[in-house]
Structure formats: structure tokens, C-alpha cells
Design a protein around this ligand. Structure first.
Ligand code: URA
Length: 188
């Protein structure tokens, strides 16, 4: 396991899968490295590939709105992705790409030691929670694993395509904030 500096340096020069060929920037992750809550998306899109920062495009703006509405400050949570380089045309990352990239995320999780992990969308939930995760049926439900509370919410890009799901997403974000506050006050 690497410490933060070594980890970031190694990750930024990663060539473990073919996604490195098309990337502009590796999107390592951002936020509070001691955060209680870790959000995990799928992979960078065009704006993230250009900037090196997760969730800065249209879906990112919607994520910001949901975080704010629930009472989270973006710089007090940590945001990362399953794959750290942009898949061409934003296709779903292939299983071998997810597998190759997961070691970086695992190392990040070990360093952050979050109390809550929130998967943003079906792909992240399928990798982190269980393979046949059905987001429309299981979103917002808690799974406890190794002392960490885990859940998944609709991906912000899915909410842009289907705005009628925004209410359900907000309900989930509010529930997650309530749980984060409860865990923080237990610790205090
Ligand atoms: N979608 C994701 O899953 N991650 C990002 O960083 C941006 C869009």
C-alpha cells in the first residue's frame, strides 16, 4: 500500500490498461482525504479528462446541487471513480479496465477509511456492492461491510436523462447526510 504522495504519483503515470492511450489527464480523485463519506462514480467524461478533476461537467453540476441540497460541502467529502481514465465515447469501462484500475481505488479507501461509501450509479454499485446490483430497486438501501456503511444512488447523468428520478435521488442524499451526521455525533 502506498501513502498519498506515492499513490498519486504512481497513478498519474499508470499504463495498466488501454485507457491510458486516449487520456488527456488521469482523474485521480479529489476532496478531503480524511472524509467520512466517499462518493465513487464510474469514470471520467470529457470535462473530467480535460481538467483531471472528477464530476466537473453537467453531471458534476447536478452532483454539486444534490450535495448542497443535502447539506454536504463538496470539499469535505472525497470523490473518486472506478476507472481513472476516460473510456472512449464515454462507453462503460470493460471488466478488465475496472479490474486493472481497482487497486488505486482500494488504496485510496484504505487511506481515507471512510465511514460511508456511496456508489454513484449502476456501474460503481456493480463493482463495489454486488455484481447484479439493480439501481432502480436497491438505491438508498444500506449494506454493511467491514464496518463501513455502503449504498448507491442514481448516477447524476441518469438524472439528467430522466429528471423524474431527481426526487428519489434527493431523498437518498438526505438519508445519507442524516446517517453521516449520526455517525459523526457517535464518534464525538
Ligand atoms: N461521471 C462519472 O461517473 N465520473 C465523473 O468523474 C464524471 C462523470
Amino acid at each position: 500500500m502506498y501513502g498519498w504522495d506515492e499513490l498519486e504519483q504512481a497513478c498519474l503515470s499508470c499504463r495498466k490498461c488501454g485507457l491510458c492511450e486516449g487520456r488527456t489527464k488521469v482523474v485521480f480523485g479529489c476532496g478531503d482525504r480524511n472524509a467520512d463519506v466517499l462518493f465513487i462514480g464510474e469514470g471520467p467524461g470529457r470535462d473530467e479528462d480535460a481538467s483531471g478533476i472528477p464530476f466537473v461537467g453537467r453531471a458534476g453540476k447536478l452532483l454539486d446541487d444534490l450535495l448542497l441540497a443535502a447539506g454536504f460541502e463538496r470539499d469535505k467529502v472525497y470523490i473518486a471513480n472506478i476507472v481513472k481514465c476516460r473510456p472512449p465515447q464515454n462507453r462503460d469501462p470493460f471488466p478488465e479496465e475496472r479490474e486493472a484500475c481497482l487497486a488505486w481505488l482500494r488504496n485510496q479507501v484504505s487511506l481515507i477509511r471512510p465511514k460511508i461509501i456511496v456508489c454513484l450509479g449502476r456501474i460503481a454499485a456493480g463493482v463495489i456492492l454486488h455484481e447484479d446490483y439493480r439501481i432502480s430497486q436497491e438505491h438508498g438501501q444500506w449494506i454493511d461491510r467491514a464496518g463501513v456503511r455502503m449504498t448507491a444512488v442514481y448516477h447524476p447523468a441518469a438524472l439528467l436523462r430522466n429528471p423524474s428520478l431527481k426526487g428519489a435521488a434527493l431523498t437518498d442524499f438526505l438519508k445519507i447526510k442524516e446517517e453521516a451526521d449520526a455517525l459523526a455525533s457517535k464518534q464525538a
